[in-house]
Design a protein around this ligand. Structure first.
Ligand code: CS2
Length: 483
């Protein structure tokens, strides 16, 4: 393998850049491998000025990598027949919010911008996942309110930019979230309105009546790019790309077709499903895919397994995940029209098996406090209420509890990445028995709804599962579940 940094740098090829119509907050790999590609294809097919300016809300890394290559990058499709590189030029510029927040607000308040998209991950919504309410004591929210010219959170930028447009008498932009939250548009609208109301009631009511927040379901598995991926790509394309994205062939995007003044790229022409209601698609994807991803991530990691394909490569884990779909998840779902949920689950299993996708269990295990409620706890609650056995998802919750204790089955410490990591670890450490550790973690009301905290059947089962994980280990507990 060549050291790819010695190769010529990847560069733009287009002579005429399209105008900018979209600002994207949180320019990570997922967006560049998913929405950005659909948008590029829609422009290629039907035209329009839908170029994207990306905004990094925290670090300058993405800008530093992309700017020297004119913001062009490679999306490497990891197909079973071999990798296929796609050259993408839809991103026109990258701004770094902490360096120059005014430039971000200027870009967002340019009337040519019709849509602001977001991938800021679950924690970027500054809300309590169990209730959906804004955390008014969140440091970023405090900063958003303290200085109108320098917001910190995505919500702060949205509210301030919308206020500028309102005061100039301009039309607002559509706000479209592409994060894995149920009813993501409604959640975002809720926290934006809460924040706006802390600034001005007039602003809040203008946003409520004029701005659109379509819900979306997004899907494509995009493992983090590793240093060796950059060199492998260098061998393939003969160029040095400092910021390629790795992606599976499968992709899906379902959008509630509700945009300010109906202005959007021609996404329907490139396979995006534009529908009236996204809820059933979101539930299907969040529960079948993300719910099992998180379950496999915690239990697989504890069992010493590095990637999702390694994990489902273990027959015991393969049986486990298939049973989660068949017995615990699908029975609680209403399928979107025309979708066969068992076929959807079978296709997911095949996606998980793709050995070219080195998707780390550790990566998916990140931010569990923000993911568990919508991925696992909601369906657990309704399944238990309906009297269904839910012991597999309960084992996954116990796996999360063991994981946030931050010591693995060999006694080695785990690098837990989660905004609540410290609090969760100290709660677990301060309790002296397994029963008390489970009680302490269950008391975290940002994660667990009262209905589950007070459900004695759930508490007894999760405690037994936790004890099983401590005394017998994750692998054995998966086997016990299968028996
Ligand atoms: C994963 C998702 O990291 C995670 O939590 O579950 O990023 C998942 O790969 C995507 O939602 C797939 O569409």
């Amino acid at each position: 393998m060549t050291d790819s940094s010695l190769l010529p740098r990847l560069s733009r090829t287009d002579a005429d850049k399209p105008g900018v119509g979209i600002i994207h907050l949180g320019l990570g790999a997922f967006y560049r491998a998913h929405a950005a590609i659909y948008i590029a294809e829609a422009m290629e097919k039907s035209g329009g000025d839908w170029g994207i300016v990306g905004v990094s809300l925290k670090s300058p890394n993405q800008r530093n990598n992309l700017a020297p290559q004119g913001c062009a990058y490679t999306a490497l499709e990891l197909a079973p027949s071999g990798p296929i590189p796609h050259h993408i030029e839809v991103v026109q510029d990258v701004l770094v919010a902490p360096e120059n927040p005014a430039a971000v607000l200027d870009a967002m308040s340019d009337e040519a911008v019709k849509i602001v998209t977001l991938t800021v991950t679950e924690k970027g919504y500054c809300h309590a996942p169990s209730t959906g309410k804004l955390l008014q004591d969140h440091p970023d929210v405090i900063q958003d309110l303290a200085d109108p010219s320098a917001p910190a959170s995505a919500l702060g930028f949205l509210v301030r930019a919308l206020d500028i447009r309102r005061q100039k008498g301009q039309r607002p932009f559509t706000v479209m979230t592409c994060d894995n939250l149920p009813e993501n548009g409604h959640v975002l609208r809720g926290v934006v309105l809460e924040l706006a109301a802390l600034i001005s009631d007039d602003l809040a009511s203008w946003i409520a009546s004029e701005v659109k927040f379509p819900c979306t379901m997004v899907d494509r598995i995009v493992p983090a790019t590793k240093a060796e991926d950059i060199d492998t790509l260098g061998d393939l394309i003969g160029k040095y790309d400092a910021s390629p994205v790795m992606m599976e062939p499968f992709r899906q995007w379902v959008i509630e077709d509700d945009f300010v003044d109906d202005l959007r790229p021609d996404l329907g022409a490139v396979g995006v499903q534009l529908v009236e209601n996204v809820t059933e698609f979101e539930d299907m994807k969040l529960r079948c895919l993300n719910g099992t991803h998180s379950s496999l991530a915690y239990l697989g990691y504890l069992a010493g397994l590095t990637t999702i394909s390694d994990t489902v490569g273990e027959p015991a884990f393969a049986r486990f995940v298939k049973s989660l779909w068949a017995n615990e998840i699908i029975p609680g779902l209403t399928p979107p029209k025309g979708v066969d949920l068992q076929a959807y689950a079978d296709a997911l299993f095949a996606r998980y098996q793709n050995p070219s996708i080195r998707h780390l269990t550790w990566q998916i295990a990140m931010d569990g406090s923000q993911k568990l409620p919508q991925r696992i706890l909601k369906q657990l609650e309704s399944g238990l209420n309906a009297g269904r056995p839910m012991s597999g998802l309960i084992l996954a919750v116990a796996g999360w509890m063991r994981y946030v204790g931050a010591v693995d089955e060999k006694g080695t410490s785990i690098d837990v990445r989660d905004p609540m990591a410290e609090r969760l670890k100290s709660l677990s450490d301060a309790a002296d028995t397994n029963v008390r550790k489970v009680q302490a973690l269950l008391s975290v009301s940002e994660v667990f709804p009262t209905s589950l905290q007070n459900n004695s059947n759930f508490v007894a089962q999760v405690t037994a599962a936790y004890e099983g994980l401590v005394t017998r280990g994750a692998y054995k507990m998966i086997e016990v579940y299968n028996d």
